[in-house]
Design a protein around this ligand. Structure first.
Ligand SMILES: Cc1cc2nc3c(=O)[nH]c(=O)nc-3n(C[C@H](O)[C@H](O)[C@H](O)COP(=O)(O)OP(=O)(O)OC[C@H]3O[C@@H](n4cnc5c(N)ncnc54)[C@H](O)[C@@H]3O)c2cc1C
Length: 309
């Protein structure tokens, strides 16, 4: 087990970035710690410094404007599920939050932590002894992907259910780092490379999630997992339409990054479904077989389109 040698709790985003700049790359931001601390216990993160973001009050608010909802990155999944404005304006987010992990984890886990939690693989999320015994994999400095037997790439699964819901709603994220501020579509944060799944400056603090409003969204969420609680997703899908006829399909758990396919309500749903299935690089790194999960993408999306009419 790794113990942090240094711990900071800044009270502003600027201070967090400054501390990160001084310590990079040997530090880790933590929020709820439900992912970061598990990774430390499992020996896949050995940073000597922890920068705890939970003292930054400005990241704990939900604000509404005429055309968007601004959600502070430190809002917990439990708060998100219960917030009146979220239930009224973007019920998909409350539903997705309720489907994550367990009530105890949701009381600690934050929205940004969920969007940035580490990709998963049954050959990676194991103890150090286990990983050493099999000779390590590409994601932990080995030279082969144990799931595929190949050397071409790591296909650890994208794990965040909240990202799937937010991407289907067309959400963006506001980031601050040593170079300044930027707002990017959420899907642009993810690289598709299982070893380095996120495209972020090492000092970047994700402080706000921006959700568009007033577009007459209708959404359907589906999640496949072994148990209805505790378990990570083996496949999560969200389909959202708006009053202008836009369709956004997002998937998680079946590729190193979230899959996004866009279209319109005039498109043939079968074509959109086939395009989505084709994009998912599913491999056998989950407790459900690859072919079953692939088949279930079509089933979930078909059900979603039927429900949306
Ligand atoms: C048993 C179990 C079951 C789970 N099941 C699910 C599930 O079904 N679906 C699902 O989606 N998730 C699931 N999770 C994952 C869980 O949702 C995440 O662990 C949690 O959301 C992470 O939030 P956190 O605040 O604890 O993040 P932390 O663990 O504190 O941080 C996670 C990562 O994000 C970075 N980070 C955090 N906040 C910021 C920020 N504001 N700016 C920059 N970097 C930041 C950290 O450096 C770290 O790399 C499960 C977790 C467990 C332990």
């Amino acid at each position: 087990m790794n113990n942090a040698h240094t711990y900071f709790r800044p009270d502003s985003v600027g201070q967090a970035i400054r501390l990160a700049g001084e310590r990079a790359p040997d530090f880790r931001f933590i929020a709820g710690g439900t992912d970061a601390m598990v990774n430390r216990f499992q020996g896949t993160d050995a940073s000597s410094c922890l920068i705890d973001l939970t003292g930054i009050a400005e990241m704990k608010q939900i604000r509404l404007s005429a055309d968007r909802m601004l959600i502070g990155a430190l809002i917990t999944l439990d708060e998100l599920e219960r917030a009146t404005e979220v239930r009224a304006e973007a019920p998909l987010l409350a539903e997705a939050a309720r489907a994550v992990a367990t009530p105890v984890i949701r009381r600690t886990a934050t929205l940004a932590g969920n969007l940035l939690c580490e990709n998963r693989c049954i050959f990676y999320n194991q103890s150090e002894w286990w990983r050493e015994a099999v000779g390590y994999c590409l994601k932990c400095n080995g030279d082969i992907c144990i799931a595929t037997g190949g050397k071409g790439g790591c296909f650890s699964k994208f794990a965040s259910d909240m990202a799937v819901a937010l991407i289907s709603l067309g959400a963006s994220v506001r980031l601050a780092d040593k170079n300044g501020e930027q707002t990017v579509p959420l899907e642009d944060l993810y690289t598709g490379d299982g070893v380095q799944p996120r495209r972020l400056d090492p000092t970047a603090v994700l402080h706000t999630i921006e959700v568009p409003l007033g577009r007459g969204f209708r959404s359907v969420l589906r999640k496949l997992r072994r148990r209805q609680s505790l378990e990570f997703s083996s496949l999560t899908s969200a389909v959202t339409t708006d009053r202008h006829g836009s369709v956004r399909i997002a998937l998680g758990g079946v590729d190193p990054r979230p899959i996004l396919v866009t279209g319109t309500t005039a498109d043939d749903p079968h074509t959109l479904i086939a395009k989505t299935v084709k994009k998912a690089r599913i491999i056998d790194n989950d407790t459900y077989p690859r072919l079953y999960r692939k088949e279930m993408i079509g089933v979930f999306l078909q059900q979603s389109f039927e429900e949306l009419g």
